[in-house]
Design a binder for this molecule. Structure first.
Ligand code: TYD
Length: 215
C-alpha cells in the first residue's frame, strides 16, 4: 500500500468545499508538507477534456450509463497518472470529489445502484480508497442560496440543473454512506463560518497525518 495520505472532500453545491480545500492546503504547506491538489472530474489534461463533456449543458442527451462511465474514465486517468504515483512518493493528496460522488450522484441520484458503482471502482481504481473523507453537510436551501449568490442562473452546469428531488436523494445518500463508512468519513456541519469549519477539518487531518508530520 502507498505511503502517503489520501484525503477526499465531498459535498453538495454551496457546501464551501473549494474554500475548505484551499485552507487545508495552506495549512499543510505551513506544516512543511508538499500536498498535491486534484479534482474530479478533471485533475489531468485528459480528465479536463472528459470534464468538458460531462458539464456541458448542451449534452442533455447524455445517457446515465455513459455519464457514469465518463466520471470513471476521468478517475482512472487521475489515479494512474497522479494519485497513485503521489501517494507512492509519500505525499498528501487532496482530491475534490472521488468515488463517493459517483455513489451518490449516479448510484442514488440516477438510481444506477451502489453495487454497479463499486464494480466500476475496482476496474478504475483497484483497491485504492481514501484514508479520510470530509463530507461537508449543508441543507439544500442554504446550499442553493449560497450557490445562487455565487453564480448567475444562466451559468448553471449540467449537474446543477437537476431537480430538487435529485439533490435531496444525493444528500440522503451522502449521510447513509457516511454512516456505513465511519472509519474514514467525517461529517462536518458546513453551516458554520469558514474558520471554525477549517479548525474541525484540521483537527481530524492532524490526527491522521501524525507520522508524516513528524517524519
Ligand atoms: P464541479 O464544477 O467540480 O462542482 P463542485 O464544486 O460541486 O464539485 O462539478 C462537478 C459536478 O459533477 C458536481 O455537480 C457533481 C458531479 N459529479 C457526479 O455527478 N459524479 C461524480 O462521480 C463526480 C466526481 C462529480
Amino acid at each position: 500500500m502507498p505511503r502517503g495520505l489520501f484525503i477526499t472532500f465531498e459535498g453538495t453545491d454551496g457546501s464551501g468545499k473549494t474554500t475548505q480545500i484551499e485552507m487545508l492546503l495552506t495549512r499543510l504547506r505551513d506544516a512543511g508538507l508538499d500536498p498535491v491538489r486534484t479534482a474530479e472530474p478533471g485533475g489531468t489534461v485528459i480528465g479536463a477534456q472528459i470534464r468538458r463533456i460531462l458539464l456541458d449543458p448542451a449534452n442533455h442527451a447524455l445517457a446515465p450509463a455513459a455519464e457514469m462511465l465518463l466520471y470513471f474514465a476521468s478517475r482512472a486517468q487521475n489515479v494512474a497518472e497522479l494519485i497513485l504515483p503521489s501517494l507512492e512518493a509519500g505525499r498528501v493528496v487532496v482530491c475534490d470529489r472521488f468515488t463517493d460522488s459517483t455513489v451518490v450522484y449516479q448510484g442514488a441520484g440516477r438510481s444506477l445502484g451502489a453495487d454497479t458503482v463499486r464494480r466500476l471502482h475496482e476496474i478504475a481504481c483497484g483497491s485504492l480508497q481514501p484514508d479520510l473523507t470530509f463530507y461537508l453537510d449543508i441543507d439544500l436551501e442554504t446550499g442553493l442560496a449560497r450557490a445562487r449568490n455565487r453564480n448567475p442562473p444562466e451559468a448553471k452546469d449540467r449537474m446543477e440543473e437537476q431537480s430538487l428531488d435529485f439533490h435531496t436523494r444525493v444528500r440522503e445518500a451522502y449521510l447513509r454512506i457516511a454512516a456505513e463508512n465511519e472509519h474514514r468519513f467525517r461529517v462536518i456541519d458546513a453551516r458554520g463560518d469558514a474558520g471554525s469549519v477549517h479548525a474541525e477539518i484540521w483537527r481530524h487531518t492532524e490526527a491522521a497525518i501524525g507520522s508524516l508530520l513528524h517524519a
